[in-house]
Design a protein around this ligand. Structure first.
Ligand code: NAD
Ligand code: GLY
Length: 353
């Protein structure tokens, strides 16, 4: 088993172990000895695959288990689903000492975390991520959210979970494209600040992902401990995301988040080289790495459209945008840039002029 200890405003462990799902109940019960009831939150796909195993494990540890299941997909990450979940928690009579167990990908994790942070002004949330992205990113660090029609993740809280359990065996049922999405986030940690991880990724980790997941979680832990509330260093986690969000939006979300981040990382690296901010080996290395994990590398959109879409982000303010740019292999930095220079930067990075 790999364990990563996180010491943010709340301390907790991320445990990574093949075949650990049936031990979920004993882990939750030992962390929360006063809990009598658990709300097991899942989406419809994950509930069908792993809901029964998780429920049994919680029941056998002495917890009364309630289930809340919603349709899979980002379209469910809404205030409406959140409100239905709040009502389900109240109807089940969960008290301050009870807990939510979030079994699923980032959508389940973000929604459950938000519900737990706000129901009765805060109950415990235990995360059981079932996608690679959720294991290496969204289940750790305490960002919770729902989407609004005006944009993604516009309502949420910073609320750390009480614990995280990753069972990499559940990744075997992930559709290939969703696995590849998670690989983009794994690769991202290497270029942000971990040259050793880049070496580990030279050989595909997909058959035995435990150590790579632990390494990514440790990277995320370091950033979150340095800047839990996202005022500085945590923005490094957005490598590839300025271009990536623009690509997602321009493709009307037919290009997935991970695919868009992959293209966005390469744009950032090539643009940084063109501006003399990065060593030229980085984009070459990155291109091979992304292709090794079946991720796309070509930007299908023009620089002006990309800049316009990137600047439409409702959370951005003012005349400057902070880009995350690779500086050398295994190191990235935050670089403020006037918004008027963004189209030129994307063109330098390989978007069509
Ligand atoms: P997701 O939760 O929608 O899961 C993707 C798909 O995989 C879903 O259809 C789901 O049903 C299915 N699935 C999940 N586990 C499975 C398994 N083991 N086997 C088969 N199918 C499975 O998407 P995601 O990529 O996990 O997460 C994306 C969400 O995470 C977005 O809403 C994003 O905003 C959020 N996010 C949050 C943070 C954070 O720090 N809180 C970080 C990154 C992303
Ligand atoms: N995934 C971005 C963050 O946690 O800040």
């Amino acid at each position: 088993m790999e364990t990563v200890a996180v010491k943010a405003s709340k301390a907790y462990q991320v445990e990574i172990e093949n075949g650990a799902l049936p031990t979920l109940g004993t882990r939750v019960a030992s962390l929360l000895p006063r809990a009598r009831q658990a709300m097991l939150v899942s989406d419809s796909t994950v509930a069908a695959l792993y809901g029964e195993t998780a429920e049994r494990a919680l029941r056998e540890a002495g917890l009364r288990v309630h289930r809340f299941t919603f349709p899979s997909g980002e379209a469910s990450k809404t205030p409406e689903t959140l409100c239905t979940l709040w009502n389900a928690l109240a109807e089940a009579g969960l008290s301050r000492t009870d807990c939510i167990v979030a079994l699923g990908g980032g959508v389940v994790g973000d929604l459950s975390g938000f519900a737990a942070a706000t129901y009765l002004r805060g109950i415990a949330c235990y995360q059981v991520p079932t996608t690679l992205l959720a294991m290496v990113d969204s289940s750790v660090g305490g960002k919770t959210a729902v989407d609004l029609p005006a944009g993604k993740n516009l309502c949420g809280t910073f609320s750390q979970p009480v614990g995280v359990l990753c069972d990499p065996l559940v990744l075997k049922t992930l559709p290939f494209r969703i696995y590849a999405d998670g690989c983009a986030e794994v690769i991202k940690y290497g270029y942000i600040g971990d040259p050793t991880l880049l070496q580990m990724l030279e050989t595909s980790f997909i058959e035995a992902p435990e150590k790579v997941i632990a390494r990514c979680v440790a990277n995320k832990r370091d950033v979150v401990e340095a800047d839990e509330h996202d005022n500085g260093a945590r923005q490094l986690l957005n490598l590839g995301h300025t271009g990536g969000h623009a690509i997602e939006r321009l493709s009307d979300f037919s290009i997935s988040h991970g695919e868009a981040v992959a293209i966005g990382m390469l744009l950032a690296a090539k643009g940084a080289v063109a501006k003399g901010l990065c060593t030229p080996d980085v984009p070459t290395h990155m291109e091979k790495m992304l292709q090794r994990y079946s991720l796309p590398i070509r930007c299908p959109y023009g620089a002006d459209a990309m800049a316009e879409a990137a600047l439409a982000d409702k959370k951005r303010r003012g005349g400057e945008i902070t880009l995350v740019l690779p500086k050398k292999l295994g190191e990235s930095v935050l670089v403020p840039m006037p918004v008027t220079a963004l189209a030129d930067f994307f063109a330098a990075g390989g978007a069509k002029a």
